[in-house]
Ligand binder design. Structure first.
Ligand SMILES: C[S@@+](CC[C@H](N)C(=O)[O-])C[C@H]1O[C@@H](n2cnc3c(N)ncnc32)[C@H](O)[C@@H]1O
Length: 317
């Protein structure tokens, strides 16, 4: 059973106008107020997921898939359809597996934000990285709204010193991101050794030393990270298919502005418009322009099916 694309439902003219108008409400949000927003009971708290054991050693029937793009190293990930079929057997304190399955939905706003499948803009960004030879050696990277985590995993494999993975849902981090990182944790793992052998590879200090795993809302993620000593700063922030909901623009922008190094870069991949949800590149650009902190550059446009984009954000000098 495949999850449906709720984003593909076209908006009525009235709904489209409503969404255009929401931008005026967003601009009134005080970006300095994140601390107080984070204490609101409506915001999902951020949790840091500590890595103690190889999560694959606890999984019985996992089926790895491999994606190979150009000269990029092969990336392994858990097969989505097997994941869905076995979803009801998995640990899921948030109950998102049961809810998405029952509602046949890719997204339940504020409950499940879509991290259990790999969205097509992730592939666009991987293709862009390959085409342009983006390098990661010595870089600190944040995969924001990571889902399966392929962008962060690529950075890790290509020499990033630090990669933090963040997703709204703890189930996504525990059941998908973490296992995917472990699937890729050693080149020799690419042949998928059995769990007993894998354990030896993956208990090496590599992952706990170089990666962090976080779940929760961006509004609580930012104060959580700012409380760390030293406060993290990233050279690269990846974020794919995360600007579909205008309600989240203020907290997303705050994460960029407070956690990106002053010479860092955000790579953002997105559809032009998210039908049925209302966000998209035009509204996000408008929001960023109003905040007047970042310049946005169009890096790539993909015109097959729904129009898609890869853009960068860097601080204005
Ligand atoms: C459509 S999924 C995209 C997943 C992945 N980046 C991809 O391209 O396959 C959107 C992701 O954004 C994150 N997200 C959306 N809204 C969020 C919010 N308000 N706070 C934290 N994370 C959020 C979720 O973690 C979710 O995985």
């Amino acid at each position: 059973m495949a999850f449906s694309f709720n984003f593909d439902i076209p908006l009525s003219a009235g709904e489209a106008n409503d969404k255009e108008n929401t931008i005026d409400q967003i601009k009134d949000v005080d970006l300095k107020c994140l601390e107080s927003r984070s204490t609101s009971s409506k915001i999902k708290e951020t949790i840091e997921h500590k890595v103690s054991i190889d999560p694959l050693s606890q999984m019985e029937n996992f089926v790895p898939e491999t994606i190979s793009i150009g000269s990029l190293p092969p990336l392994l990930y858990l097969n989505e359809s097997v994941f869905e079929e076995t979803s009801l057997d998995r640990e899921d304190t948030e109950e998102i597996l049961a809810k998405t399955s029952a509602q046949h939905s890719d997204l339940i706003s504020g409950v499940y934000e879509g991290g259990l499948k790999i969205w097509e803009c992730t592939y666009d960004l991987l293709n862009y990285i390959d085409d342009e030879g983006v390098t990661f050696k010595g870089k600190r990277v944040l995969d924001l709204g990571c889902g399966a985590g392929l962008l962060g995993i690529l950075a890790l494999k290509n020499g990033a010193t630090r990669v933090d993975f963040q997703d709204y849902n703890s189930t996504v981090i525990e059941q998908l991101t973490l296992p995917n990182v472990f699937l890729n944790c050693d080149e020799e793992d690419n042949n998928s050794p059995p769990p007993s052998k894998r354990k030896a590879f993956c208990t090496s200090p590599t992952i706990p030393d170089h990666c962090g795993f976080f779940s929760g809302d961006w509004g609580s993620f930012l104060p959580f990270m700012k409380n760390k000593t030293p406060e993290p700063k990233y050279d690269i922030i990846f974020t794919s298919e995360t600007i579909y909901n205008t309600d989240y623009y203020a907290s997303l922008h705050c994460v960029f502005s407070d956690l990106l190094d002053e010479s860092g870069i955000v790579y953002l991949a997105t559809k032009s418009h998210y039908f049925g949800v209302g966000g998209g590149l035009h509204l996000f650009e408008k929001f960023v322009d109003q905040e007047n902190l970042f310049k946005i550059k169009n890096l790539k446009e993909i015109n097959q099916g729904l129009k898609r984009h890869v853009v960068s954000l860097t601080f204005k000098k």
